[in-house]
Design a protein around this ligand. Structure first.
Ligand SMILES: NC(=O)c1ccc[n+]([C@@H]2O[C@H](COP(=O)([O-])OP(=O)(O)OC[C@H]3O[C@@H](n4cnc5c(N)ncnc54)[C@H](OP(=O)(O)O)[C@@H]3O)[C@@H](O)[C@H]2O)c1
Length: 291
């Protein structure tokens, strides 16, 4: 692997870890690969690793676990910057069709084969699929994998408080994270309060509002004030609120820009300005509708 091309903006070590409930440390900023085409995934994940990202978010549903695994494997084999498997954090997710105990174990084994890894750092239930009614069994299979030491941490995605309550009533391991749609237009305060009360880390998907927030006039003013881009303002907002964020981008320039967020700080007024942008606008599906 070649040296990072990020230049002057940021050191490789500026992304801080978040301590999950089980003590595992997860980088607060990662690279998401939803809609990254399988034939470009290895190249873009390699660019992300070269730019200082140490966490990658994929899923069976994205069809690109093999590309993630190929980039991770190449980075470890190259040993550049002394990157070992233990320095990297890989998340994948159990696909909706695999809900159920045995099918979850099989789906995890299939993901490991695609990723060419012995374990992942975080395994999530991708969607609760409430109409299927199988997320408890699915999670129990993940608890088994966790107790056997085959996965470092387990959690959920797109869970509403009612799903989390049922899950926590019927299982033992508190979900390490809940990965949910979260950006300036959908700030999820109630859900974030629920997470805080139960020691669940909040992870933001579509942290940039899937690109929609990148034209916002109020954010443009903040970007001009700090001499940064709107995407950098939004990533910084997530980090200052304590969220884990996983922006996706398709060019080296954007990938590098989204991690170059450690040379400025939003003040209280800036944070309040962004708080006022919450309109409840979703870019993706509501969890109740996905099954
Ligand atoms: N658990 C779930 O159900 C779920 C659902 C959705 C997403 N996710 C995860 O969250 C990750 C991120 O979400 P997302 O991909 O939906 O949306 P996002 O990260 O909020 O936004 C991505 C969009 O912003 C653009 N962009 C990124 N950086 C930019 C920059 N610096 N300047 C200008 N435009 C920029 C990208 O364009 P280009 O790509 O053209 O560069 C893309 O159109 C996914 O990759 C996935 O890992 C999880």
């Amino acid at each position: 692997m070649t040296a990072p091309r990020v230049g002057r903006v940021i050191s490789m070590h500026s992304v801080q870890p978040v301590s999950l409930a089980n003590g595992v440390k997860m980088p607060q900023l990662g690279y998401g690969v939803y809609k990254v085409p399988p034939d470009r995934t290895a190249e873009l994940v390699t660019l992300a690793l070269e730019s200082g990202y140490r966490s990658v978010d994929t899923a069976t549903m994205y069809g690109n676990e093999a590309g993630v695994g190929s980039a991770v494997g190449a980075a470890i084999a190259a040993g550049a910057d002394r990157v070992g498997r233990e320095d990297l954090f890989v998340t994948t997710k159990i696909v909706n069709d695999a809900h159920g105990f045995d099918s979850t174990i099989e789906a995890y084994e299939q993901s490991l084969a695609e990723l060419q890894l012995d374990y992942v750092d975080l395994l999530l239930i991708h969607w609760p699929c409430p109409a299927k009614g199988l997320y408890v069994e699915t999670y129990q299979a993940m608890e088994t994998l966790y107790h056997e030491g085959r996965v470092r941490s387990i959690g959920v995605s797109n869970f509403e408080p009612e799903h989390l309550e049922r899950l926590m009533d019927q299982t033992e391991v508190v979900p390490a994270v809940n990965q949910v749609e979260l950006h300036p237009y959908l700030q999820q305060q109630q859900l974030r309060d629920f997470h805080a009360a139960h020691g669940i880390a909040t992870e933001a998907w579509s942290p940039l509002g899937r690109g929609a927030a990148l034209q916002d006039p109020a954010l443009l003013q903040l970007a001009a004030k700090h001499h940064v881009s709107i995407s950098q303002v939004i990533v910084r907002w997530h980090l200052q609120l304590g969220h884990i964020a996983i922006p996706k981008a398709s060019s080296g320039e954007r990938i590098r820009q989204n991690i170059a967020v450690f040379n400025f700080e939003l003040d209280e007024q800036d944070m309040a300005t962004i708080s006022r942008l919450d309109s409840g606008r979703r870019m993706g599906s509501h969890p109740a509708e996905v099954n």
